[in-house]
Write a protein that binds this ligand. Structure first.
Ligand code: ATP
Ligand code: PH2
Length: 170
């Protein structure tokens, strides 16, 4: 069985529904089991800042899918939840990014693992740290805790717990 971490983000209402629906659709695949979910965090927009705050979370999955099969399923869920592509880094009903897949380090036209921007993003690293603080990002030679320590204080302040993980799993 393979192990993966997926980051979810949404900033179009109903944001909580979009996250919960995405979790339900992931679970509906027999090739995917959700092992752990982080809390949901409310986060200030990064990159393109003239947009609403996001809800972000990270899930740990076990899967028999290959990385690209997992990406296909993530993109299908984005489509099912009505994601429309617009401004780069702009508003979205749901975004699913594959952060890590085993200790794979690979780059194809469709998929880069580890996710190339994950180490700069407090909205990814803080939820990931909650569920997997000691996991090593081999490509960077650092674990998640070390990456969180390198984040600017101002970025950390922009990420606040919005719903605790126990309530997400209900
Ligand atoms: N690890 C990855 N997880 C998800 N998509 C990836 C990954 N690596 C490369 N991609 C590619 O990135 C493309 C653009 O993805 P998307 O539109 O979700 O980007 P974005 O959310 O705007 O930006 P970001 O990737 O920085 O979160 C996808 O079509 C996919 O093929
Ligand atoms: N806070 C926050 N900012 C973002 C996010 C996101 O999920 N959360 N996603 C982006 C594009 O992937 C761009 N900016």
């Amino acid at each position: 069985m393979n192990t993966g971490y997926i980051a979810l983000g949404t900033n179009i209402e109903p944001r909580e529904n979009h996250l919960k629906e995405a979790l339900r659709l992931l679970k509906a695949h027999s090739e995917i089991t959700i092992e752990k979910v982080s809390s949901i965090y409310e986060t200030a927009p990064v990159g393109y800042t003239d947009q609403a705050d996001f809800l972000n979370m990270v899930v740990h999955v076990h899967t028999s899918d290959s990385p690209v099969e997992l990406l296909d399923k993530c993109q299908e869920i984005e489509q099912q939840l009505g994601r429309k592509r617009g401004v780069r880094f702009g508003p979205r009903t749901i975004d699913l990014d594959i952060l890590l897949y085993n200790h794979e380090n690979s780059k194809t036209e469709r998929l880069i693992i580890p996710h190339p921007r994950m180490h700069q993003r407090a909205f990814v690293l803080i939820p990931l740290h909650e569920i997997a603080p000691t996991i090593l990002i081999q490509a960077l030679g650092k674990n998640v805790k070390e990456l969180v320590r390198e984040l600017p204080e101002t970025d950390i302040k922009d990420v606040r717990i919005w719903m605790k993980s126990e309530s997400v799993e209900e």
